[in-house]
Design a protein around this ligand. Structure first.
Ligand code: UDP
Length: 340
């Protein structure tokens, strides 16, 4: 009989791709999402229960009504800048919200969790590439909130037997290969969508000289002066969740574990722009502006532990795959400001 997975935040960017993949792999899916930042129409499968993590009556009802086998927990706020200005929101949603979930799981004797953590828990790493042993010293409330949950997961394993795998994502990118679902953030702050919005604007006849695309910082100590990031395709993130779930089955003695998820290769902002020009065939421009507060110069994963222990590897390690899939999605679903 197929197992039922509860996906919190399943209407969000990564969560909705997870729902789609779980469905394709034969799992039953229940989505729990408050739809504050998620999109109902991003759901291609599963049963949606609309609710907040703090609403433990509704959450408990999900466990009463469904035979939940394991939880994949995506529901969280994830804007670094916003977390600096609104830390209360971040600790409330990401930390106490998660605690509500974990306590409800405990009450209902569900003891398997895959958790969305982040490379933002490392802050400015003291060495590169970043391994799971690299000291975690977050530099913003978002990173702190995720690190706090990692600690809670360790403590809940010791005390309550909760088994968990925290997956520390590097930069999620791309969309479903078939263009069925994609990425919609409001506001959009991520590099790849913003580059593609600029390409769309120029494609629609906009003057390349009027570019709104900004490159934050050109004086970092990197090969071309712009920041380096490790971009991982959203479906590679999702396949790692399935691998994590399988590991929890194969290793009944495991407790709370952590894995980096990246492709072990970084691209500078200018390299991402060049790759987007190549994939789209559009010659758009950008403006070099001052650094954005809190941007570490270089974040590149050493994901070899995930590759070995989860028996997982990214199939879209070339960033052009992510760009191609995102371009397909954004061309069909341009942001409101570009719609005529
Ligand atoms: N970036 C940029 N212009 C933008 C948005 C992002 O130059 O309009 C840079 C940002 O400074 C960082 C990289 O692109 O070096 C990736 O940023 P993003 O916000 O996509 O992800 P983050 O690394 O902050 O999680």
């Amino acid at each position: 009989m197929s197992k039922t997975i509860l996906v919190t935040g399943g209407a969000g960017y990564i969560g909705s791709h997870m729902v789609r993949m779980l469905d394709q792999r034969g799992f039953k899916v229940v989505v729990y999402d408050n739809l504050e930042r998620g999109n109902r129409d991003a759901l291609t499968a599963g049963i949606l229960v609309e609710g907040d993590l703090h609403d433990t009556d509704t959450l408990s009802g999900v466990f009463n009504d469904h035979d939940i086998h394991a939880v994949m927990h995506f529901a969280a706020l994830a804007y670094v800048g916003e977390s600096v200005h609104e830390p209360s929101l971040y600790y409330r949603n990401n930390v106490t919200g998660t605690q509500c979930l974990l306590d409800t799981m405990h009450q209902h004797k569900v003891n398997k969790l895959v958790f969305s953590s982040t490379c933002a828990t490392y802050g400015i790493p003291e060495s590169l590439p970043i391994t799971e042993q690299t000291p975690q010293r977050p530099i913003n409330p978002y990173g702190h909130s995720k690190l706090m949950v990692e600690q809670i997961l360790k403590d809940y394993h010791v005390a309550y037997g909760l088994r968990s795998i925290a997956l520390r994502y590097f930069n999620a990118a791309g969309c479903a290969e078939d263009g069925s679902i994609g990425e919609r953030h409001d506001p959009e702050t991520h590099l790849l969508p913003l580059i593609l919005f600029e390409a769309l604007r120029v494609q629609a006849g906009g003057d390349p000289a009027d570019t709104g695309l900004m490159v934050f910082g050109s004086d970092f100590d990197t090969r071309d002066g712009t920041c380096v990031r490790d971009y991982i395709h959203v479906n590679d993130l999702c396949s790692a969740h399935i691998a994590a779930f399988e590991r929890m089955h194969a290793q009944p003695a495991m407790g709370a574990e952590q894995f980096n998820l990246g492709v072990n290769h970084g691209y500078t902002v200018l390299e991402v722009i060049d790759a987007c020009r190549e994939v789209t065939g559009i010659e758009f421009n950008y403006n070099s502006v001052a650094r954005r507060a809190g941007d570490p110069p270089e974040l590149v994963a050493d994901a070899s532990r995930a590759m070995q222990q989860l028996n997982w590897s990214p199939v879209h390690a070339d960033i052009k795959d992510s760009i191609r899939h995102a371009w397909q999605w954004f061309s069909a679903h341009p942001p409101n400001r570009l719609q005529t």
